[in-house]
Design a protein around this ligand. Structure first.
Ligand code: NAP
Length: 290
């Protein structure tokens, strides 16, 4: 039986990855910072992992002494370890780059056969964003290392738009730009399948999005229809938000970087090869019950 390390196992994608590896007969070690978190379900219906994983390994990837043995006996590493929201302690380079590099170095020492890493779709169009720079700096290290690898490049996850229905029900909905940009967000379970397929795949880079393409405005309209409300819609002009982002950068770098991501996404289509079966309508309907 192949043994896999899942890093980022308490995250939205990581939880579905643990589940999918188990469904396919792997032995799974889950790297978590907080074992209590592993016992609880994750955001937007992602499963609890303490009873799914064969072993819960407690460690912090930014502190090498806490993860020294994390790759011992492991055949394969899957990492969706990353920082998607500011935590005011670490930078993206500490986590997305250095944290993953610490694991890669241990994987090389332990003779791990393959390392599957999750970055972002079309990263080359977003290299002004520190989060993307950190991901891609790690991708360079990974692809130069003497180990087989695959880089998964997804669009946005359903978890990022899970709050849409709740927000429309609060009576207002803000967004940046005109809302005409198109994307195909993906459910964690669908993405996890593509990630596990990459174990036996030969592609070094895998672009992946969900089965349906929507404009941002269409996603908002769907959330309004399902929420059954009539909220005030407040599209914010790009120039206004960009000004606010620039000012934020003067006093809070982390919030600035997340806001920069949002403004970038509001200006470009992000449509990746379509995968999976989970529909946004069903997901929003589930979210309505939260
Ligand atoms: N969300 C999206 O729409 C999206 C789109 C494209 C690509 N991505 C990329 O996909 C990856 C996963 O995204 P996600 O939405 O699943 O993120 P997430 O829910 O925030 O999960 C991130 C995981 O990394 C773990 N982690 C962070 N710092 C750590 C550290 N120092 N040591 C050990 N574990 C640590 C977190 O642990 P804790 O639970 O303890 O915090 C969590 O398990 C990220 O790299 C993200 O940039 C995300």
């Amino acid at each position: 039986m192949k043994k896999v390390l899942v890093a980022g196992a308490t995250g939205y994608l990581g939880r579905y990855a643990v589940q999918e590896f188990k469904n396919r007969g792997y032995w799974v070690r889950a790297l978590v910072r907080n074992p209590e978190k592993a016992k609880q379900p994750g955001p937007y219906f992602a499963p609890a992992i303490d009873t799914l994983a064969d072993e819960v390994f407690v460690g912090d990837a930014t502190k090498p002494d806490t993860i020294a043995e994390v790759c011992s006996g492991i055949d394969l590493v899957f990492s969706s370890l990353g920082m998607i929201k500011p935590d005011f302690v670490h930078s993206n380079f500490d986590v997305d780059y250095q944290g993953n590099l610490n694991i890669l170095n241990l994987a090389l020492k332990a003779g791990v056969k393959k390392f599957i890493y999750v970055s972002v779709f079309d990263a080359h169009r977003m290299m002004n964003i520190p989060n993307v720079q950190a991901h891609e700096k790690f991708v360079k290290e990974l692809q130069a290392a003497k180990i087989e690898s695959a880089v998964i490049r997804p669009t946005g996850y359903f978890s990022e738009i899970g709050q849409f229905v709740a927000r429309t029900r609060k009576g207002y909905m803000l967004w940046v730009g005109e809302g005409y940009q198109r994307s195909n967000p993906i459910h964690g379970a669908d993405l996890a399948k593509v990630c596990v397929d990459a174990v036996d795949g030969t592609e070094r880079e895998v672009g992946v999005g969900g089965p349906e393409v929507y404009t941002y405005r269409e996603m908002v309209d769907l959330a309004i229809e399902i929420g059954g409300t009539d909220p005030i819609l407040l599209p914010l002009p790009n120039w206004l938000v960009e000004g606010a982002v620039a000012v934020t950068g003067l006093f809070n770098r982390d919030v600035h970087d997340v806001a920069l991501f949002a403004t970038n996404l509001s200006k470009m289509d992000i449509v990746a090869p379509q995968h999976g079966t989970h529909r946004l309508r069903d997901f929003f309907t589930q979210c309505k019950a939260l």
